[in-house]
Design a protein around this ligand. Structure first.
Ligand SMILES: [Zn+2]
Ligand SMILES: [Zn+2]
Length: 384
């Protein structure tokens, strides 16, 4: 993409713009260029994307430094939290559609955290993501289920409102911005970079009297119980994203997201194969030969299944629509019943006699009448 506009130009800023200016410009432009605000303008979405990308890169000190040095040639994702690959293989977007309106943004019960998990000394950044695992049975995965999960997240201290002190004053080093600019000479010319203010560590204020509740950190860890809806058809290993449900961001920055990783436990009777289920059904060799009526377990109970006379080992009987519901799509998979024919391993004298008698009155046609293949014929001749 060679025709890319300069990120500063996109935001209407000069190269030396402060973090606060970048943030402000982005907010202002994002409001006016948001596709929702321009329903009749087909170009609005692209402009909004361009804007968001510019903000993503320039709001992160590392990616901004890289961009300042190399321009658009810098590999995306390097040092930029927003521009990197998706560690959840794209599922987060699937699930945002599911839960986005429920947990999304500031309207959510968990979406209004401030402060931060606070490990880095960088300028205000989005809160860290939190992850919690939840286990559901196969049947619960099939029907969908509500689960309560306990999540420990870092939240803004309510006493000092995240400032860390009950008495504070504006940082003199950075003038309350939280970041300072440094200019460095290099072979490629001047490199202007923004770093967290060394005096206030990016908070923008100096603490005069530390808050006792949070011991000056501005943040407290809290365990919350949340209701999580597991959608029908979910597969083991998938994650559900709750936007804004993670750790609080620094100084009012957006909270991280909460990922609920779902583990679907194995069922002793039904094995999952995508949307299909497989049940291994054991019938005796006599039942396979004579045919029988039997019951097979399903997700909701049991179902009658007719085994036709002469059913071969390894035959698959399909119960249409008795599989898993398709995630976010209509319909269900099938239940495939795999026929396992039991051959006796311990015979008494009478049984042995009966089988010998049976063999005497049997011939090729006993087996060929069904679906016996030439392969089985050949196999039998080998053992005779
Ligand atoms: Zn506090
Ligand atoms: Zn400062």
């Amino acid at each position: 993409m060679d025709g890319k506009r300069d990120y500063y130009e996109v935001l209407g800023l000069s190269k030396g713009a402060s973090e606060a200016e970048i943030k402000k410009a982005y907010r202002r432009l994002a409001r006016s260029h948001h596709p929702d605000a321009n329903p009749d303008d087909p170009g609005a979405e692209d402009r909004f994307k361009e804007l968001t990308e510019a903000h993503e890169v320039l709001s992160n000190p590392e990616s901004r430094r890289a961009y300042d040095t190399y321009g658009h040639r810098v590999p995306r994702g390097a040092g930029s939290p927003g521009a990197g690959g998706d560690p959840f293989g794209g599922f987060q977007d699937i699930f945002e559609a599911f839960f986005g309106d429920r947990f999304g943004g500031g309207a959510s019960p968990f979406g209004s955290f401030f402060g931060d998990a606070g490990t880095s000394g960088r300028a205000p950044s989005r809160g860290d993501d939190a992850e919690v695992e939840v286990e559901v049975s196969l049947r619960e995965a099939a029907s969908g289920v509500e689960r309560e999960v306990k999540v420990q997240t870092v939240k803004e201290c309510a006493v000092c409102e995240g400032l860390g002190g009950t008495e504070t004053r504006r940082c003199e080093t950075c003038g309350g911005v939280g970041a300072v600019r440094t200019v460095r000479e290099s072979l490629l010319g001047q490199i202007v970079s923004t770093q967290a203010c060394p005096t206030c560590l990016g908070s923008g204020h100096e603490i005069l009297v530390a808050c006792e509740n949070c011991r000056g950190s501005g943040r407290v860890a809290e365990v919350e119980t949340r209701e999580v809806r597991i959608p029908a058809g979910i597969e083991s290993g998938m994650s559900i994203r709750h936007t804004g449900g993670g750790h609080a961001g620094e100084r009012g920055a957006r909270a991280g997201d909460l990922y609920v990783k779902v583990n679907v436990t194995e069922d002793p009777e039904l094995m999952r194969d995508g949307d299909d289920l497989i049940h291994r059904m054991r019938v005796s060799f006599v039942e396979a030969a004579l045919g029988t009526e039997t019951e097979v377990p399903t997700l909701t109970g049991t179902r009658e299944l007719r085994v036709e006379p002469g059913t071969q080992p390894g035959a698959t009987l399909t119960l249409r629509g008795e599989g898993m519901p398709r995630l976010r799509r209509r319909g269900r998979g099938d239940l495939k019943v795999l026929v396992d024919v039991m051959v006796p391993t311990r015979l008494n004298g009478e049984q042995r006699e009966l089988l010998r008698r049976f063999e005497e009155v049997s011939g090729e046609e006993t087996y060929n009448g069904g679906e016996a293949s030439s392969f089985f014929d050949r196999l039998r001749s080998v053992f005779r």
